[in-house]
Write a protein that binds this ligand. Structure first.
Ligand SMILES: Cc1cc2nc3c(=O)[nH]c(=O)nc-3n(C[C@H](O)[C@H](O)[C@H](O)COP(=O)(O)OP(=O)(O)OC[C@H]3O[C@@H](n4cnc5c(N)ncnc54)[C@H](O)[C@@H]3O)c2cc1C
Length: 396
């Protein structure tokens, strides 16, 4: 059995950031990264891809090109954990470790909506939630000449809580610019109770909805789609609409798939009752196994799952892991910072930043709940470059 000092499970945004920062602190560390992927994606730009404002090719690089040179890449999928023995088993073998960081991302459950896998990518059924399907969203927007446009948000946690509705604001702006907004009947069907969790930003978004006459339907779960006949079946999950079934027609629909912790995490001893990795919300150490840490979308943290959150989590994991290795007390504390760059139109963005208590934690010395051109440029021009050159290399 091969042994490594540190094993990182998942070489996505979180795993590569942590490995790169650890090597910057100590180039002699023995770190192995387990990840079967050929490609690495900058997913936050897929919203702009769907709106025709970003080149999809710029969101993909090879996994080999982002792998830190000093890391040992185990190009296999992790399948199970034996944390009592400090072992992880993959599709290719079993490995032991002194310390482990587990961050394999979130699982997209496309098949949880009956009929979706068969119809996605045709029949005007689109989704920004994958590299393969995001470009089709813009095809659908371009071809839309009026009728019912539906934007869906599932009843589960999702990565980037804003992405299901950001594309709706872009679509409304696109329709406005191309003279079809007055022929568009736009609806948002959501499994959540409100549009956005933080009052300060939700206020602006509700105004954007009002201006485009977007109708909101809350606490509704999408169960089925009939792409050929352009129909969606929702079931009420709220107090007033529980179990009520509604069939809705559409001319176009943008779908966000239901999401969960990956199956192999859910059935592992690392999971909490909801299936996510059982993580201390401040130290990011596993609640049961002291030599395991977690961050990113698969960690059991009560926040909106974003790359921006990982930016604040990674230094805490790195600092606390190194402290543990040196028998020192933990110094790093994560307070739940997450951010959602809420694109509200072409050249317009509300930069939401907040903590575990939904208190705004803003970076700039102006009111970030206002739509701004400068913040749109931050998302479109600055953050993608920063991701590849600074974040994945452990510099930021
Ligand atoms: C449409 C969209 C819009 C978004 N917009 C924003 C935004 O504006 N701002 C923002 O900050 N964030 C945004 N995000 C969210 C952001 O992309 C994620 O939060 C971030 O990528 C999570 O990083 P992660 O490392 O946890 O998971 P990922 O980056 O998804 O990486 C997970 C890695 O784990 C690997 N893996 C999976 N299973 C296994 C296994 N069994 N064994 C080993 N490895 C495994 C995968 O191959 C992958 O490399 C958006 C996401 C989407 C889809």
């Amino acid at each position: 059995m091969t042994h490594h000092q540190i094993i990182i499970v998942g070489g996505g945004n979180a795993g590569i950031s942590v490995a790169a920062q650890l090597f910057r602190k100590n180039p002699k560390l023995d770190i192995a990264i387990i990840d079967p992927a050929d490609k690495h994606y900058y997913q936050p730009a897929w919203t702009l891809v769907g709106g025709g404002a970003f080149d999809i090719a710029k969101t993909e690089r090879t996994e080999a090109s982002v792998m830190p040179k000093k890391a040992k890449w185990i190009k296999e999928a992790a399948e199970s954990f034996n944390p009592e023995q400090n072992q992880v088993t993959t599709s290719g073998g079993t490995y032991s470790y002194d310390y482990m960081v587990v961050c394999p991302g979130i699982q997209l459950n496309w098949g949880a909506i009956k009929g979706l896998p068969e119809t996605l990518g045709k029949n005007n059924v689109c989704s920004n939630y994958s590299f393969k399907t995001a470009p089709y969203t813009f095809e659908v927007l371009k071809n839309f000449k009026g009728g019912k446009a539906i934007f869906h948000n599932p009843h589960t946690p999702v990565k980037c809580g804003g992405a299901p509705h950001k594309i709706m604001y872009l679509a409304a702006d696109y329709f406005r610019k191309h003279g079809v907004l007055d022929k568009a009947d736009i609806h948002y069907w959501s499994g959540a109770g409100r549009l956005f969790a933080v009052d300060k930003y939700e206020k602006t978004l509700l105004e954007v909805c009002r201006k485009a006459d977007i109708k909101l339907h809350m606490m509704e779960r999408l169960d089925e789609i009939d792409g050929a006949n352009k129909k969606l079946k929702f079931t009420g999950i709220g107090e007033g609409n529980k179990d009520k079934e509604t069939w809705v027609d559409f001319d176009m629909v943008h779908i966000t798939p239901p999401q969960s912790a990956p199956d192999f995490i859910q059935k592992s001893p690392l999971a909490n009752a909801a299936g996510w990795i059982d993580t201390n919300i401040n130290t990011l150490q596993h609640n049961k196994y002291a030599n395991i840490f977690s961050l990113g979308d698969s960690a059991g943290l009560p926040i909106s799952k974003t790359g921006a959150a990982i930016r604040k989590q990674a230094p805490v994991v790195v600092g606390n892991l190194l402290s543990l290795m040196e028998n020192q007390p933990f110094e790093g504390e994560y307070t739940g910072y997450t951010s959602c760059p809420l694109v509200t139109g072409y050249g317009k963005l509300v930069l939401a930043e907040f903590d575990y208590q939904n208190n705004p934690m803003e970076t700039f010395p102006f009111d970030q709940s206002k739509e701004r051109w400068s913040m749109y440029q931050l998302k479109k021009q600055v953050l993608p470059r920063m991701y590849w050159s600074q974040i994945l290399t452990g510099k930021a």
